[in-house]
Design a protein. Sequence first.
Length: 281
Amino acid sequence: MPEGPEIKRAADKIAAILDGEVIDRCFIQPAGLRRYRPVLTGARVEAVRPRGKALLTRFDNGLTLYSHNQLYGRWYTTRRDKPPSTNRSLRIALHTNTHSAWLYSASEIAILDDDALQAHPFLQRLGPDILDPSLHWRDILHQLQSPLFNRRSLASLYLDQHFIAGIGNYLRTEILFFAGLSPWAKPIELSLAELGKLARCTLTVTQRAYQTGGITNPVKYHRQLKSQGKHREVYRFATFERDGKACYQCDTRIKRVEISARRLYYCPQCQSVIRPPDSTA
C-alpha cells in the first residue's frame, strides 16, 4: 500500500496540473457518485493535498473528492485525453483544457461537502500528518509521551494512523532501524534522549523517502551502492525486505519477524531486542 511519501508525491503531480484550473469535463464511474458529474464540471480546483494515506481534492463549490488508494489504486497525470496504458479499472477522470488526472482501481472514493468531510470516519481518527509542513519533531515527541500511546510496542504503535497518519510498513521498519530501537520497546521504557532521537528519525526518514521517491537509506549509502552498479531494490532500504542480508552498519544479518500478521525487519545488533520476537507486540 502506498505510504505518506508516495501519496504526497502523487498529490504534488496532480496539483501541478489541476491547482487553480477549471474542470471542463469529468468522468465518474462509481454509480453512487455519478450525480456529481454536472456539479464538478465547471468547478475550479482550489487545492490537492494528502491526509495520511488518503488524497483530498478541494473544489471552489465547497465539495472535496476523497480517495484512498488501498492496495491497488493509482493516480496518473497526462496531457488532456491521453489516457495511460494500463489494464486497471478507471474510476475518476478530471480534465482541464490542457491536462487530465486519472484515478484507477481505487476502492474507496467519496465526494463530500464540508460537514461530511469533518464527519468522515477515517479522517476523524487520523493523528498528525507525517508530511504536514508544520509538523515538528517535538509534536511527535508529545505523541510518544502521551498516555494514549506510550505503553504500546513501537512495532504496533507505528502502524496506528491515530498516532501519526501516513506511516506504513516500510517506513515503520526503517524509522526504528535508524533510531536504533527494538520493535518491541515501548515509549514509556525509553529515555528522553531515545525518544527525541526517535521523533527526529520519524521526520527525517519520511522526508528523505518523499524527497528521493521512496529511498530511505542516507545519500552516502545509496550513492556508494549505486556506484558499485547495484540496482535500486538493493540500495533503497536499510532493512526492509533485506532479511538474511548483511546490515550496512554492522554486517549482522537482518531478521524478519511477523507481528500482528505484518512483516517487520530489524538488525539484532543495531536494534537491541528488549523482548524476544515471539512475545506479544
